[in-house]
Design a protein around this ligand. Structure first.
Ligand code: 4NP
Length: 150
């Protein structure tokens, strides 16, 4: 799960998807395309909204997306089109490019293409991020489970 800072949106998507998958089979992580917040805990508002929904994202620590993540992970979900194009700039082969998805493209019910950046917003903006991420992670988790255990 990749956003810009790895403190607001992708930590929520990371915690939510992780909560829907068995850790014996699936490894979930998140990162930011920018370096501003490396080593920081998720934003207090992301922590709060996750906690209200029974998910603890406090152990997460922000890191920057690495070129090697394109080898390490099977799927890479970008929170918005800007993150998507920044990730693709690091891709050197078709195998990399084909792993990179726009997160909300997985959710045909979503009315927007980009998960809105809530950084300069208030808790309501974080609630919307949670709702979008939760709906979309349900779809992604079901797909991953179906293709892994078919
Ligand atoms: P995120 O939100 O990409 O969802 O983690 C942001 C966090 C920090 C900044 C921008 C967006 N920033 O400009 O520092």
């Amino acid at each position: 799960m990749v956003c810009l800072g790895n403190i607001c949106r992708s930590p929520l998507a990371h915690g939510i998807l992780q909560s829907k998958l068995d850790p014996s089979y699936f490894y979930v992580d998140s990162a930011g395309t920018a370096s501003y917040h490396i080593g920081e805990q998720p934003d207090k508002r992301s922590i709060r909204i996750a906690q209200l929904n029974g998910i603890d994202i406090r152990p997460q620590s922000a890191r920057q997306f690495l070129r090697s993540d394109l080898d390490t992970f099977d799927y890479i979900y970008a929170m918005d089109e800007s993150n998507y194009s920044d990730i693709l700039k690091l891709a050197t082969k078709e195998e990399h490019r084909s792993k990179v998805k726009l997160f909300l493209d997985e959710n045909e019910n979503a009315k927007v293409k980009n998960v809105p950046d809530p950084y300069y917003g208030d808790l309501t903006d974080f609630e919307l991020v949670f709702k979008l991420a939760n709906e979309t992670c349900d779809i992604i988790a079901n797909k991953l489970i179906a293709q892994t255990f078919r």
